[in-house]
Every structure is written in structure tokens, then in C-alpha cells.
Design a protein. Structure first.
Length: 82
């Protein structure tokens, strides 16, 4: 199954490790460190021009998605994410 992350980006649901609300980036020190490391490694992909609402982590990249984490969760049909 595929998940549309916004814009023209689609990933296999089996590749998704986690889906987070964008607010976690500001509220968690570990999340900030994780994203900073991903930026240094050039693994962060910002989808579209809109304000990001969620962070989607795959084995290869960290995506900033304009689609809410709740909507992505519904699309992925995986209840253990968020």
C-alpha cells in the first residue's frame, strides 16, 4: 500500500517507520537532535511550499509533510503510529 505525503511524494507504507505531529519537533529535545542530525546528513525532504503539519520518518529520509499526522495515519491504516 502507498501513502501520499503531499505534493507529488508517495511512499510505500512498509517504508514508514513513524509519523509525528510537527509539534513534537518543538516539545522534545531528542526529536530536535534527530531532525538536526538528519539535516546534516541531507536526509530531510520538505514537501511543497505549505507549512508542514507532520514529520514522516522512513528508513531513507525524514519528510516534512503538509498533511496532518491524523490524516496520514488514516491513509496508512496503521494504528500504532503517531
Amino acid at each position: 500500500m502507498y501513502i501520499h505525503l503531499g505534493g507529488e511524494k508517495v511512499v510505500l507504507s512498509s517504508e514508514v517507520v513513524a509519523i509525528f505531529d510537527i509539534s513534537i519537533e518543538k516539545s522534545s529535545k531528542i526529536s530536535k537532535q534527530f531532525v538536526s542530525h538528519a539535516i546534516k546528513e541531507k536526509q530531510v525532504v520538505r514537501i511543497g511550499e505549505e507549512e508542514p503539519k507532520s514529520i514522516v520518518v522512513t528508513g531513507d529520509a525524514v519528510y516534512y509533510s503538509p498533511i496532518s499526522s491524523a490524516t496520514l495515519k488514516k491513509k496508512s491504516n496503521v494504528s500504532s503510529m503517531i
